[in-house]
Design a protein around this ligand. Structure first.
Ligand SMILES: [Zn+2]
Length: 429
């Protein structure tokens, strides 16, 4: 990967431009002047640096509303800077960072810290504030003040909001600001010490199981609370057929509900854990083939608004432990497009346009970001995709500070080849 300042005039030439707002795919060029989208004018473009995009798709930079960049506190795993490089390698130009840092992002000052620090890195970074102080699940944070500093949503992610009355108050409070509340839905009492999906496979491997109902029952509760309070429930990393069903039902009557699915839950099933690869240990867990297929069907039916990676870096030490003791989580930014394009588009017939919308306008709309990125004068956030390239994902493709990816040695299909963000251009070839 090489990263350079964008030349003053750039012409992305000969590719197909996909506009996720109008849902149109057309042959054409994209002209960028001083890092901003410009209208193509022959008297202007003649001295521009041309970039050949033949056979490629030029579209909006991806947006991931669920990443863990570990700053402050665990800079040995990831920083805003190294996380930004991972994002760019994956075609992402905008990310929302979760607040389970050390200390957690639970005050207006901590939100300001991320906003200020994020200004100097080459992707747009938005902090998500904690729902409760210290993420302890009890006292609601000062959401209004945190929103004023730049918090775009609230979540105790990593930890579930176990207490329903706390979730109720968070949704009531959040509804005053029309801001998404994101609960890591796993009932702690039912999850217990489960480290993988509960079923015949967990019994065979001798690992403690985490039942699907630990997720689906809490999702059901949150959706009901959303309906009751008028708050905005966004359901993260849905892993079960049942939770997807609950979301599908609630969406029929409540248009405030949104949901995301993660690449690993539609790419892997629990059989992959047979070799005890701790990079597959994640919360919620990799589920059965039944759930994986149901999630893919749910994507095709429009149940999920967006793809989000839940990029969760961990050190080698934390992942080299036994499966029982290893940390939960995997990185996911660099492998995202190749994985979801392979499973959803190539293997299951989803329209590529729908997938691109799930990576661009849909997540931006959930968070209230500008979603019409081809307007003249907008700072360019662009990705150039080769949708058909088959490639072997390897450690050299990882730019995160941590390498905990189960996608290493997987053949992926489709690749972000160029990313343009904040006046920088990144070439992945
Ligand atoms: Zn989570």
């Amino acid at each position: 990967m090489n990263i350079k300042t964008l030349p003053q005039k750039v012409l992305l030439e000969g590719g197909k431009i996909y506009n996720p707002v109008s849902n149109k795919l057309e042959k054409g060029n994209l002209f960028i002047v001083n890092g901003k989208i410009a209208s193509e004018d022959k008297s202007q473009t003649f001295d521009a640096q041309a970039i050949d995009c033949k056979g490629k798709i030029v579209t909006h930079g991806f947006c991931d509303i669920h990443v863990h960049f570990r700053e402050p506190g665990r800079e040995d795993k990831e920083t805003l800077e190294t996380g930004a490089l991972a994002a760019l390698a994956g075609g992402f130009t905008r990310v929302c960072v979760m607040p389970n840092t050390n200390p957690p992002l639970d005050t207006p000052e901590s939100i300001r810290f991320i906003i200020e620090k994020g200004e100097s890195v080459p992707v747009h970074i938005h902090p998500i504030g904690a729902i409760t102080r210290q993420q302890a699940g009890k006292d609601i944070t000062e959401m209004g003040l945190m929103k004023n500093e730049g918090a775009v949503a609230f979540s105790d992610d990593g930890l579930p909001v176990q207490d329903g009355s706390v979730m109720r108050r968070a949704l009531e409070y959040g509804s005053m600001f029309d801001i998404p509340i994101i609960n890591h839905a796993e009932d702690k009492c039912m999850r217990e010490d489960g480290v993988m999906n509960e079923g015949p496979m967990s019994t065979r491997l001798g690992l403690s199981g985490n039942p699907t109902i630990a997720e689906s029952s809490m999702v059901h509760r949150d959706l009901a609370l959303g309906e009751m309070t008028g708050g905005r429930v966004h359901v993260p990393h849905v892993s079960t057929a049942q939770a997807a069903d609950h979301i599908k039902e609630m969406k029929k009557t409540n248009n405030k509900v949104t949901a995301e699915v993660a690449p690993h839950h539609i790419y892997f099933n629990e059989a992959a854990i047979e070799h005890f690869d701790t990079n597959l240990k994640v919360a919620p867990p990799i589920r059965s083939e039944f759930d994986r297929k149901a999630l893919i069907e749910a994507v095709k039916k429009g149940v999920f608004d967006c793809i989000a990676t839940d990029h969760a870096p961990h050190t080698i030490e934390e992942k080299e432990a036994s499966f029982d003791l290893a940390a939960f989580g995997m990185i996911g930014l660099e492998s995202c497009f190749g994985a979801v394009n392979k499973v959803l588009v190539k293997e299951n017939g989803l329209a590529l346009s729908t997938l691109i919308q799930m990576l661009t306008i849909n997540p931006r709309r959930i968070m209230g970001f500008e979603s019409d990125l081809f307007q003249t004068g907008i700072q360019a956030e662009i990705v150039v995709l080769d949708p058909d390239e088959e490639w072997l994902f390897s450690k050299t493709n990882i730019h995160s500070r941590s390498k905990n990816s189960p996608f290493i040695n997987e053949t992926l299909i489709g690749r972000p080849v160029i990313t343009i963000s904040k006046n920088k251009i990144i070439n992945n070839e």
